[in-house]
Design a protein around this ligand. Structure first.
Ligand SMILES: Cc1cc2nc3c(=O)[nH]c(=O)nc-3n(C[C@H](O)[C@H](O)[C@H](O)COP(=O)(O)OP(=O)(O)OC[C@H]3O[C@@H](n4cnc5c(N)ncnc54)[C@H](O)[C@@H]3O)c2cc1C
Length: 401
C-alpha cells in the first residue's frame, strides 16, 4: 500500500480533473486538492462549445492541437458516462459559423482555405444556411459548414472527470494550497490550510488563479483573468439543428436540456503594463459579477443572428474568468528549475475543448517524461516567457466560446 500519493494535482477545474483522471487511469496514486469545490472556477461558467472553426484556432499549429483535443474529448465522453453514470448533455452536431458582414465573410473564408485540409468544412451561402434553419437572420451572407462540432455541459463534464478519477483510485482533498515544500530541485510535499501532503510530483492546475503560485515556484506565471459572461434563454419551438457561432456575435447553442445558450462576452484585455501577480486577497476577489451591460450586449447579438430571440425568456446569467496567457497558447509542462513540478493553465477561451488532451499530455509527461500526442511541447512550455518580453496580444475578435 502507498504511504503517500505519487502525484498531487492542485485545482479541480476541467483541466485539473482531466489530469487527475488520466493519471489515476494509468495506475498512479493521485490526490486532487481543491480550495472550494469541484468545478467552482472557470469550468462551471463555460458554454462547453468545441469547434475547430473557432477563432482561437486560427493558426495551423494551434488548430492541430485543437483537433487532438476534439478527438480526445469525443473518446473520453463515453468512458466518463460508463464510469460515472453522469449525463454530460454532450451533443455532436454540425457547426454553422455565420458571416453577417463582409469582414466576417473574409475572415471565415481566409481560414477555410487551410482548415479544409484537416476537417470536413465548406462554405455555404445564405440561402443554404436558412434552408438548414429558417429562423436565422436574412442578413446572414453565408457560413462555414463544419460537419462535426460538439457541446457539453462544462460543470457536469468537470464533475464527471473528478468522479471518474475517484472511481479509478484518486482521492479528493478540499483544502486551499498555500505552497510547496522544496528539497533541492524537487517538491517533497504540498502545504495546505491544515497540513501537508507528501508527493512524488505536483501538478498545478489553478486556472485563472495560477499567478498565486509564482512565489511558490520562484517564477512569474503570466496568466491574466479574462472575464466572460453568457446567458441561457428559454425559446419556444424546436432546438437549433446546428451549433451556431459567428466571429463577432459569439455562440448560440440549443443545449440538450432545452435552454438556448448565448455566449460570450470577452471582457477587457489588460494592458501589458499591469502586473500579473495575484496575491491571496486579489485571488479571492476576481470579478465574477454578471452585469447589465453584458446582458444587453448578448441579447442584442442573439437578436441579430436569430430575430425570434425577441420572444425568448432570460433564465440564467453567468459570469466567470478565463485564464488567459500572453500568446493564447496554454502553459503546459514541467516548470524550469524543478524536477517534479508541472503547470497546466492559461487555456483561455478553449479550456473545456482542451481539457482532455491536456490531461493526456500531462499524465504522459509526469509518468514517462514524454508524450505521443503530436504537439510541439516547446509551444506549451511554462518557461517560454522567461527570456522574452511578455506581451498580451489584443483579442482579434469578440469571444466565440
Ligand atoms: C463565459 C465563458 C464561456 C466559456 N466557454 C467556453 C467554451 O465554450 N469552450 C471552451 O473550451 N472553453 C470555454 N471557456 C473557457 C473555460 O471555461 C476555461 O478555459 C476552463 O474552464 C479553464 O479550466 P481550468 O481547470 O484551467 O480552470 P478552473 O476551472 O478555474 O479551475 C481552477 C481551480 O483551481 C482552484 N484553485 C485555485 N487556487 C487554489 C489553491 N490555492 N488551492 C487549491 N485549489 C485552488 C479553483 O478553486 C478552481 O476550482 C469559457 C469561459 C467563460 C468564462
Amino acid at each position: 500500500m502507498r504511504t503517500s500519493p505519487d502525484v498531487v494535482v492542485v485545482g479541480a477545474g476541467a483541466v485539473g480533473c482531466a489530469i487527475a483522471f488520466h493519471l489515476a487511469d494509468a495506475g498512479a496514486g493521485v490526490v486532487l486538492v481543491e480550495r472550494e469545490a469541484i468545478a467552482s472556477g472557470a469550468s462551471t461558467h463555460a458554454t462547453g462549445f468545441l469547434s475547430l472553426a473557432a477563432t482561437d484556432f486560427q493558426s495551423e499549429p494551434y488548430f492541430l492541437l485543437g483537433l487532438e483535443g476534439f478527438r480526445a474529448t469525443r473518446a473520453i465522453v463515453p468512458r466518463l458516462v460508463e464510469l460515472t453514470g453522469i449525463d454530460l448533455l454532450y451533443q455532436l452536431r454540425p457547426g454553422l459559423r455565420l458571416a453577417l458582414d463582409e469582414e466576417e465573410e473574409r475572415f471565415i473564408r481566409d481560414h477555410l482555405a487551410w482548415q479544409e485540409r484537416h476537417i470536413a468544412v465548406r462554405w455555404i451561402d445564405g440561402d443554404e444556411v436558412r434552408a438548414i434553419e429558417p429562423r436565422l437572420s436574412p442578413e446572414v451572407r453565408g457560413a462555414a459548414y463544419e460537419a462535426e462540432a460538439a457541446q457539453l455541459d462544462s460543470a457536469r463534464y468537470t464533475l464527471a472527470l473528478a468522479t471518474a478519477a475517484e472511481r479509478r483510485g484518486a482521492a479528493l482533498l478540499l483544502r486551499r494550497v498555500l505552497g510547496l515544500v522544496r528539497e533541492g530541485d524537487r517538491a517533497t510535499a504540498v502545504e495546505h490550510q491544515s497540513g501537508r501532503v507528501a508527493c512524488g510530483a505536483v501538478v498545478l492546475a489553478l486556472g485563472p488563479w495560477a499567478p498565486v503560485a509564482a512565489p511558490w515556484l520562484g517564477m512569474p506565471i503570466p496568466v491574466r483573468p479574462l472575464k466572460g459572461e453568457r446567458l441561457q434563454l428559454r425559446l419556444d419551438g424546436p432546438p437549433l439543428p446546428a451549433l451556431v457561432s459567428s466571429p463577432k456575435r459569439g455562440s448560440l447553442i440549443s443545449r440538450r436540456d432545452g435552454f438556448l445558450s448565448v455566449g460570450s462576452t470577452a471582457g477587457r484585455v489588460l494592458e501589458d503594463t499591469e502586473p500579473y501577480l495575484l496575491d491571496e486577497v486579489a485571488a479571492d476577489h476576481l470579478d465574477v459579477r454578471p452585469t447589465e451591460a453584458a446582458r444587453d450586449e448578448l441579447l442584442g447579438r442573439a437578436l441579430e443572428v436569430i430575430p425570434v430571440a425577441a420572444e425568448a425568456r432570460l433564465v440564467l446569467h453567468l459570469a466567470g474568468v478565463r485564464p488567459l496567457s500572453p500568446d493564447r497558447w496554454p502553459l503546459v509542462g514541467r516548470v524550469p528549475a524543478w524536477q517534479n513540478v508541472y503547470l497546466a493553465t492559461g487555456h483561455g477561451h478553449r479550456g473545456i475543448h482542451l481539457a482532455a488532451i491536456t490531461g493526456q499530455i500531462v499524465a504522459d509527461l509526469v509518468l514517462r517524461g514524454t508524450t505521443d500526442v503530436p504537439v510541439a511541447l516547446d509551444r506549451l512550455a511554462p518557461g517560454r516567457f522567461l527570456h522574452r518580453p511578455v506581451r498580451f496580444t489584443a483579442a482579434p475578435h469578440l469571444a466565440d466560446d
